[in-house]
Design a protein around this ligand. Sequence first.
Ligand code: CO8
Length: 378
Amino acid sequence: MTTKSSPKVIISGSGIWTPPNIITNEELVESYNAYAEKFNALHAADIAAGKIAEKYPSSTRFIEKTSGIKARHVYTREGILDVKRMRPKFPERKDEELSNQAEIGVFAARKAMAAAGKTAADIDAVIVSCAYTQRPYPAIAIEIQNELGINGFGFDMLVACSAATFGLHRAYDSLMSGSTKCVLAVNPELVTPQVNFCDRDSHFIFGDVSTAIIMERSETCTSPYSYEILSTKALTKFSNNIRSNFGHMSYATDVNPFGADKLFHQSGRIVFKEVSPVAAQHISEHLASLDLKPDDIKRFWLHQANINMNNRVIKELLGDDVEEERIPTILDSYGNTASAGSIVAFHLYNADLKKGDIGVICSFGAGYSVGSLVLRKR
Ligand code: CO8
């Protein structure tokens, strides 16, 4: 009797599209402070009467110290720094044109396909997973599928900060089960349209980026740089501490569809305190299930929301004095790119790993949600 060994699922390529436009902390703070000054002057009487809260100035020192962010890439700079607008300006595209999100998804997808040595004919599923899709339907994944000429199926999924890892989990499961043979997983994180640039607490946090991963079974993999996925693990626990109420219900509830609660908002300090230990515990439990210890891990590609948060997670796992190259940081130049952050870190900082080295991709944040993948370099 022959026993069939279980299939091996491989990450065989990754790709990234980084917007060429950059906004530094200095530029962002200068425009926020000009906006706040104007707001305070306009509402001086109501502020004096205690009806409206005064807006205090933002500071580059605060931003860099509390978040680690120095600059962020944005799809467009237009409108963001304009004190009369304080939000990006996108010309609306016609239905016949490629949508902005599909466009940046395709940019990253083509690079991942080239890295994995795949053409459209090799791929049979497209998963778009990100914090927002720019419309509910038709799915952005199906638009990308069409643009690239891929057969099979595509779908969109939203899990905020953990969308990318959860999308990779779905790809892994479908490849393990044999329902797909090669999956393109894309994270077109176009988040600046949801940032409240009038909110001092969060105006500095986010940037735009697009990432893509090709996943397939070992039998078809020809890529010189590839990783076997040893395991995936997901966790969710409901919390209102990071929330956006933007959605189709606003049409029926007669509220302002662009009110502050419809944009990204959070209780940042509570998130920091609650999510960091959960993420550390999640990673150590995931590793323990594979008989691995944090010390066995050559690289941690962590979610990129806050440098202090990542330092705290790593301190819980490994203690003090951890070499910087073991926990690559992209926050300083990208900011928080929602679910794509850990994939950007993986894409930019994996080439030097040696055959047999083990690494962990882990996201954590809104939901709350935590997602991890343990990878071994082939
Ligand atoms: N400049 C100067 N001072 C400021 C500023 C500013 N910009 N903002 C706040 N302050 C002041 C506050 O008013 C406060 O003053 P006081 O002590 O007098 O009340 C003081 O600074 C401290 O404020 P905080 O307690 O808010 O500051 P923290 O030290 O907690 O730092 C952070 C704030 C950086 C937000 C921090 O709490 C943090 O990063 N927490 C973790 C949050 C996190 O990881 N969230 C996940 C993000 S969600 C995600 O990743 C994906 C979601 C989906 C994408 C959405 C895209 C739009």
